[in-house]
Design a protein around this ligand. Structure first.
Ligand code: GN1
Ligand code: MG
Length: 372
């Protein structure tokens, strides 16, 4: 344990009046934005576990609005679980801790925002989907999340990151960064840039349908990576959906698409071997078989019809975001290895190419699924 973090974690324990004395903490490495630690305290001889997180204040400009959204959404889900007489509610929805003064953050002298969330004992998350069964369960969890929030007023949510899934804006930012090319890096991603620009017409796909009144805005999670679903480590039952910082009004196809983008690519998001990057149709089917039955009946036919385009659009969008960050000097996403944003750009662009070829296949599979 390094002494700086130990000192801060002890301050957080005091600020939130957490039970016990710090025994141990561990950094959880999977996030690209916030810093997360699991901590263990000793409370009169018995261990207590919590999640402690430093919110990236540059990305989330208004931390209190993030907390308000999390509180509102978790309360809504909790009420539903209670109403449905679900047991072990604390394992199915995370809790955000509040300080005695009523604050949801401890702010250090450096201006860092720290918060505390419940830790679900005997749980695990998966950074990749090892089996179709697991992915079906991830689909079920995110579909259930949609369902629980289907009667939540989307308008009442704060916009924690403006234009988060505004693909047109992401394209504009990429074009601007390419025109500036301030680090001379464009030459390394010219092929990827040209491909993404050739697909630009997709950037307006969902906005146009929304403006024509064909698809509505709903409460969406907006970061549906499979590692944002917790599982019971013994029974493999899915538990809480986590990482609620970006819950905002959005399109259901984006949640569907982002989950497939991440989990149905066996190469992984930042694969170095591009030959391993593809959309695996078995994984696609597995996710859809968990997600679609949950939302079917609640969403419109048009929303169901456009789920495959969600996979393509969100992949193009993330490729554009990685490319932009690479050109701007790696200022947004945490880089965990050299040229990380370059690798991410290449992998997501390769994935988008494969996804665009498989659009008809995805439509076919979904049509079959909906007929049965
Ligand atoms: C970021 O930090 P993490 O893994 O929860 C990003 C997502 C990207 C994702 C790509 C607030 O999420 O939008 O899809 O990286 N979150 C934010 O791995 O920008
Ligand atoms: Mg996230």
């Amino acid at each position: 344990m390094d002494s700086v973090t130990t000192k801060i974690i002890n301050e957080i324990i005091d600020a939130f009046l957490l039970k016990g004395r710090l025994v141990y903490y561990d950094a959880l490495k999977s996030g690209n934005i916030n810093d997360t630690y699991s901590i263990v305290t000793d409370y009169c001889g018995s261990p207590r576990q919590y999640l402690v997180q430093r919110l990236n204040h540059n990305v989330f400009r208004n931390p209190n609005e993030v907390a308000e959204n999390i509180l509102a959404v978790t309360k809504h889900i909790e009420d539903k679980l209670f109403h449905n007489r679900v047991r072990d509610i604390r394992r199915k929805v995370i809790k955000l801790y509040v300080r005695p003064e009523g604050d949801y953050y401890y702010i250090t002298d450096d201006g860092d925002y720290w918060r505390v969330m419940s830790y679900v004992v005997n749980s695990e998350t998966h950074d990749s989907a090892s089996t179709p069964m697991l992915l079906r369960s991830v689909g079920d969890a995110f579909g259930e999340f949609q369902m629980y929030l289907s009667d939540f007023d989307a308008e009442s949510l704060n916009i924690t990151i403006p234009d988060f899934h505004n693909t047109e804006k992401r394209y504009e930012d990429m074009q601007k960064a390419a025109e500036e090319d301030k680090l001379g890096r464009l030459v390394n991603v010219k092929a990827e840039y040209d491909y993404l620009m050739s697909m630009r017409s997709y950037a307006s796909f969902f906005r146009e349908r929304y403006e024509r009144g064909e698809i509505p805005l709903r409460v969406t999670h907006n970061d549906t990576k499979c590692n944002n679903v917790m599982f019971d480590a013994s029974s493999s039952e899915h538990l809480a959906v986590i990482d609620l910082d970006t819950v905002m009004p959005g399109f259901v196809a984006h949640d569907f698409g982002d989950a497939v983008r991440f989990a149905a690519n066996p190469g992984g998001e930042d694969a170095e071997d591009l030959a391993s990057v593809r959309l695996d149709m078995n994984f696609f089917k597995a996710f859809a078989s968990g997600f679609v039955p949950r939302i079917n009946g609640m969403v419109t036919d048009k929303e169901l019809e456009t789920l495959p385009e969600g996979v393509l659009c969100i992949t193009l969008e993330l490729a554009a975001r990685f490319l932009t960050d690479y050109l701007q000097g790696d200022v947004y996403f945490k880089c965990k290895k050299p040229d990380h944003n370059l690798l991410r750009t290449r992998a997501q662009t390769a994935l988008a190419r494969d996804i665009s070829k498989k659009l008809p296949l995805m439509h076919e599979e979904l049509n079959l699924m909906l007929k049965n």
